[in-house]
Design a protein around this ligand. Structure first.
Ligand code: MSP
Length: 644
């Protein structure tokens, strides 16, 4: 294995806007690249767009644009999405850039000069969607044989240029058999070997301009443009300086991992290796084909209208939750199903409950018992915990976690890495339940309490670093709450226990992941916000009432929430700090009548996400029948005053 890491995504067609499938491959590559950088390997992450070919030309015609305009408009949608999803690619290649077209032409000329490419007359079956020719025997029931396509094909006869792919067939079979990691997962390797059991044809690498003119002209025959797949695959080497910058090329090639979807297996595991072989270049270390995201249980399709738009999910639930769900949910290689319910369930269970609650519990206990500082533990607690068996279990698991995460990543199982980290979080929660630090806090000897808090805090330090590639924004906040130095976590420190310095300042509280309120529960959750307690409910103790923190607040802004007839989105001032509050008062107040009103806020309600909007608190209102009035404050008491 090289000591540098070069990971690529497929380059995406610019015929349509990006969907969740594109977002997934790119996020997967991003997470692998971020882990690689965290492990201090020199890393290069390449993505980009595939801008030539029939699909793009047809989309341009439909949109009444030139193909270049079509590409220029659509590429921005991919680039903007990657920015929104915190994608850290090192390079973005467009196949219409001169740095790419020049190299494709140079390769074509080189192969033609060495008779690896030759002209011939040809009759074949052509699939417009896959932009590929098939022979009669390739077809399945007379249709395109590609997994996930199976569309009608057209018979076409014409002169074309061919790459002598067939002569590499025996070599390729042997190479695949001798390099078990070359095509992954194993069942995809077998799929390619199955394909190679039939005689391999030479590859048609040209299209006559009379039929398609949106492509790279063949340097030796201007009547033809390059077949889009021959053009596109070259991006993996043109982007890193093949034929232009030998030192740069040597640094990154061969690629460590080409990530692809299962739909483009043959092009990557048959065409590409034979092209590289003809160029006398080494093979990529691994080509990994992941499964598809289904919408519920169905294939996503525009005509069915079930395509998941990554921008909608990001806008509603935030980038980190989206990254987390996609990475944790898909077992690499298999198909996975996207539903909003599964998304909410997983984010609430893993992030809001397990991780978020753990952090707020330990910060709260530290605030009350150690002045929001990392407490000083017993001497062995920062070492091997020899005298503390229960602590030792957490310590050993935390100290070995980085190694286990690395092993799962090397086996291309990022979902298992995430599962192992979350297991540690659950183990810390379990440890807390056993040790009962809230009970320990009442004892005269504070040392057991301090030991417990230290164990939880140091384990969270390791968790925050190891989850950083998946949840970069939230883990930065977590590290800040733990008083850790700014900047990226260091890999060696994540494999060592006891590094959190006693005395370090901690945040007083943190809400990393507000619980997402599922749409069905919304009504139930919002009702109490505007409904007075009915008479005759059970009596409560004064201590029950004291748990509720009521404050005066001034409404600053109010706006409607599209598609939510009962809800208004407010910002309120609570004496110097502002908060968002979602209130179920839209049927009773026009938004423009609200700014300036001084109201009463339940200030210590757990934050929630309602219809994709965060809500930090609840306004008091009185209602009878269909009438409802906000409870307001008489006189000129300022915002932020306590209400008793
Ligand atoms: N342009 C070619 C790739 C050339 S690479 C040298 C292409 N582009 S594409 O825009 O159609 O997108 C390809 C990739 O998007 C697929 O390989 C796959 O990675 C991803 N996906 C498309 N639909 C998908 C799902 N429903 N689920 C997961 N990923 C899928 O093919």
């Amino acid at each position: 294995m090289k000591d540098s890491y070069f990971v690529t995504t497929p380059i995406y067609y610019v015929n349509d806007k990006p969907h969740i499938g594109h977002a997934y491959t790119t996020l997967l590559a991003d997470v692998l690249a971020r882990y690689s950088r965290l492990r201090a390997r020199p890393t290069h992450f390449l993505t980009g767009t595939d801008e030539h070919g029939q699909k793009v030309q047809e989309a341009a015609t439909r949109a009444n644009m030139t193909p270049q305009q079509q590409a220029d408009t659509t590429v921005v949608r991919f680039q903007d999405l990657w920015k929104k999803l915190s994608v850290t690619h090192d390079d973005f290649i467009r196949t219409t850039e001169p740095r790419h077209t020049a190299i494709v032409q140079r390769i074509l000329q080189d192969l033609r000069d060495r008779d690896e490419i030759y002209p011939a007359d040809f009759t074949g079956w052509y699939c417009v969607t896959c932009e590929r020719f098939y022979t009669e025997k390739d077809l399945l029931d007379g249709r395109c044989p590609e997994t996930g396509c199976k569309r009608e094909v057209r018979q076409i006869s014409e002169k074309n240029y061919f790459f002598r792919m067939s002569k590499y067939q025996d070599w390729l079979i042997r190479y695949i058999e001798e390099h078990p990691r070359f095509i992954q997962p194993d069942f995809r390797r077998n799929e390619t070997l199955g394909f190679l059991r039939k005689p391999l044809n030479d590859l048609c690498i040209s299209r006559p301009v009379s039929r398609l003119n949106w492509g790279i002209p063949l340097p030796f025959d201007p009547q033809f443009v390059t077949y889009v797949w021959f053009d596109a695959l070259v991006n993996y080497i043109s982007a890193i300086g093949y034929g232009m910058d030998a030192a740069r090329f040597e640094k990154w090639w061969p690629a460590s991992c080409h990530l692809i979807g299962k739909d483009i297996l043959t092009t990557h595991t048959v065409y590409w290796p034979t092209m590289l072989k003809a160029l006398n270049l080494p093979m990529p270390e691994m080509i990994f084909a992941h499964g598809w995201w289904l919408s519920g249980g169905d294939k996503m399709s525009k005509s069915v209208g079930n395509v998941v738009n990554p921008l909608d999910i990001e806008a509603k639930y935030g980038v980190d939750a989206f990254r987390y769900f996609l990475l944790a949910e898909m077992s690499l290689g298999q198909d996975a199903s996207f539903t909003e319910e599964a998304f909410i369930r997983r984010c609430n269970a893993d992030l809001a409950n397990d991780l978020g609650n753990m952090l707020s519990r330990v910060l709260k206990l530290s605030q009350t018992n150690s002045g929001s500082r990392v407490p000083t533990p017993s001497p062995d607690i920062r070492g091997d915990c020899a005298a503390h068996p229960e602590e030792k279990v957490i310590r050993d698991s935390a100290a070995s976690l980085a190694g286990r995460v690395a092993d799962s990543l090397d086996a291309m199982r990022p979902d298992q890495s995430i599962a192992a980290i979350l297991q540690l979080v659950r183990d810390i929660n379990g440890y807390f339940e056993k040790r009962q630090p809230w009970a320990l806090a009442k004892k005269a000897d504070q040392q057991p309490l301090f030991d417990t808090l230290y164990v939880a805090l140091d384990a969270l330090r390791i968790v925050s670093g190891l989850l950083d590639p998946v949840l970069p924004g939230k883990m930065l906040s977590l590290r800040q709450s733990l008083g850790l130095a700014a900047g990226a976590p260091s890999w060696p420190e994540l494999g060592r226990w006891g590094l959190l310095e006693p005395g370090t300042s901690l945040a007083a509280s943190a809400t990393l992941f507000p619980r997402i309120v599922p749409p069905k529960e919304e009504v139930k959750t919002k009702e109490p916000a505007v409904t007075p307690t009915p008479e005759g409910t059970a009596l409560i103790d004064i201590t029950d009432f004291q748990k509720v923190e009521l404050k005066t607040a001034t409404i600053l802004t109010a706006e409607k929430i599209p598609d939510a007839t009962k809800l208004l989105k407010l910002t309120v001032d609570v004496g110097g700090t502002t908060r968002p509050v979602i209130a179920g008062i839209a049927e009773h107040y026009a938004p423009e009548t609200l700014p300036g009103k001084r109201v009463i806020l339940v200030a210590n309600l757990k934050p929630a996400v309602i219809r994709g909007h965060e809500s930090h608190g609840m306004l008091l209102a009185a209602s009878k029948g269909k009438k409802l009035s906000l409870v307001t404050v008489d006189g000129d008491l300022p915002s932020g005053a306590n209400v008793r």
